[in-house]
Design a protein around this ligand. Structure first.
Ligand code: NAD
Length: 356
C-alpha cells in the first residue's frame, strides 16, 4: 500500500473528530464516505466536512470498492459486529474503543483478523500525546530505570445529561466509567509500563442513577513487580486526569488537563544531576509527530505503507479487556485476580452481570 488511503466513516458522533484528523493529513487520507442511520446527522456532517458520499447502511459502505479502510465510530455494543462485517467485506478496520464487551469477543476478532489477512486498529489515541511519548522514549532508552509505582487518576464530571441513548447501560455501553472513560489512561499505563499480573478492585455507583459503575479504585501488581494504583470517578467537580510514575532514576508527572493529560507539559525529575543530564540529552532527540487521533492515523498510514506493526493492535485491546474483566471480577467476588485470563474464567464470555 502506498499513497493516500480512501476512508469511509460509520457513526457521525466522535466520527466528526476522526474526520477532522484524517483531513489534517491530506497527503495520507481522503474521506470519501460517511454512514449513519441518522441521515440528517450524516448529511449535515458530510456537508460541513466536504465528504462527497452519504449512506445510512454499513453494508452499502462495505460495497464501495474504492474504499481502502472503514472506520467504525458507532455506539460501543456495535463495534465487534461492525468490525466483523467490514473484515468480511475484505477491508481493514479502524475501530473506536472498546472494541468488544468480552475477552471472548476480542479473541474472536483476533481470529477473524488472522483469517481475513486484513488488519484491525483499535483506537487509543491518547498514547500519542507528546508528554507520554517523551516518557516512553526515556523508558525505552533505559534512562528511566525500573518502575516502583504508577498512580493513574481519571477524575471527570458527568451528570444526567450525559447518560442518554446508549450510555449508562450494560447492554449498550458495555460497562461504566472503567470501560468508556478511564480506558485511555489505563492503556497509557500499559503502553509505557507493561501489563499487570494481579488485580484487586472495588467499584461503586455513587454519582448518577445508572446501571453501570461510575467510581473505581483498583490496585495492580505489574509483571515487572512494580505497583500501580488506578482511581476513577465521574463525580469530580474539578476535572483532572493525572499520571505519576516513580522510576529508579526519575519521576514523571503528567499534565492534568482532563482530556489532554498525555500532552505537554510533563515534569521529569532526575534522581541525580547525572540522571537530569541523561533526561535532557535524550529529550533533545525527541521528534514530535502529530498527537491524538491524527497521531494515531499518521502512524497507521506509515504502518500499512511499510507493512509493519500497527500503532495499536487487537493485542492491546485484549490487554484492556483483560483489565476490565479482572476489575469487575475482583469487585464482584472481593478476590485478588491473577492474569492472564483465558477461556475457563467465569467472566471470559462477558463482564456484564447478565453475561457472567
Ligand atoms: N476515543 C475517544 O476519545 C472517544 C470519544 C468519544 C466517544 N468514543 C467512542 O465512540 C463511540 C461512539 O460514541 P459517540 O459519542 O460518537 O456516540 P453518539 O451516539 O454521539 O454517535 C454514534 C452515532 O452512531 C450512529 N449509529 C448507531 N447505530 C448505527 C448503525 N447501525 N449504523 C450506522 N450508524 C449508527 C448514531 O446514529 C450516532 O450518530 C463509543 O463507542 C464511544 O466509546 C471515543
Amino acid at each position: 500500500m502506498n499513497g493516500r488511503l480512501r476512508v469511509g466513516v460509520v457513526g457521525a458522533g466522535i466520527g466528526r473528530s476522526h474526520i477532522q484528523a484524517y483531513q489534517s493529513l491530506p497527503d495520507r487520507f481522503d474521506v470519501l464516505a460517511l454512514c449513519d442511520i441518522d441521515e440528517e446527522r450524516a448529511s449535515d456532517l458530510a456537508q460541513q466536512s466536504a465528504i462527497p458520499r452519504v449512506c445510512n447502511d454499513l453494508s452499502e459502505l462495505c460495497r464501495m470498492d474504492d474504499l481502502d479502510v472503514i472506520d467504525v465510530c458507532t455506539p460501543s455494543h456495535l463495534h465487534a459486529r461492525h468490525t466483523m462485517q467490514v473484515l468480511d467485506a475484505g477491508k481493514p478496520v479502524v475501530c473506536e474503543k472498546p472494541v468488544a464487551g468480552s475477552l471472548r469477543t476480542v479473541d474472536e476478532l483476533i481470529a477473524a483478523e488472522r483469517r481475513s489477512g486484513k488488519r484491525v486498529m483499535p483506537i487509543f489515541q491518547n498514547r500519542f500525546g507528546h508528554g507520554l511519548q517523551k516518557l516512553k522514549l526515556l523508558v525505552d532508552r533505559g534512562v528511566a530505570g525500573s518502575l516502583y509505582l504508577a498512580t493513574v487518576e481519571t477524575a471527570w464530571r458527568r451528570r444526567a445529561a450525559y447518560y442518554v441513548r446508549w450510555r449508562g447501560k450494560w447492554a449498550t455501553e458495555l460497562g461504566g466509567a472503567l470501560v468508556t472513560l478511564a480506558i485511555h489512561a489505563h492503556d497509557a499505563l500499559f503502553y509505557v509500563c507493561g501489563r499487570p499480573r494481579r488485580v484487586f478492585a472495588r467499584t461503586a455507583t455513587l454519582v448518577n442513577p445508572i446501571e453501570t459503575e461510575d467510581t473505581i479504585a483498583a490496585s495492580l501488581e505489574m509483571a515487572s513487580g512494580a505497583l500501580a494504583s488506578l482511581s476513577v470517578t465521574t463525580g469530580s467537580s474539578a476535572e483532572i486526569s493525572r499520571m505519576r510514575f516513580c522510576f529508579s532514576c526519575l519521576s514523571a508527572e503528567s499534565f492534568t488537563a482532563p482530556y489532554a493529560s498525555a500532552s505537554d507539559p510533563w515534569i521529569f525529575t532526575g534522581d541525580s544531576p547525572e540522571a537530569e543530564e541523561r533526561i535532557e540529552g535524550t529529550l533533545t532527540g525527541f521528534v514530535p509527530l502529530p498527537e491524538g487521533f491524527a497521531g494515531q492515523f499518521h502512524r497507521f498510514h506509515a504502518a500499512l505503507s511499510a507493512g509493519t506493526e500497527l500503532p495499536v493492535t487487537l493485542a492491546d485491546a485484549r490487554a484492556s479487556a483483560e483489565l476490565i474483566t479482572a476489575v469487575y471480577y475482583s469487585a464482584t467476588t472481593c478476590e485478588d485476580v491473577a492474569l492472564p485470563i483465558i477461556g475457563d474464567h467465569p467472566m471470559y464470555a462477558g463482564w456484564q452481570p447478565e453475561a457472567a
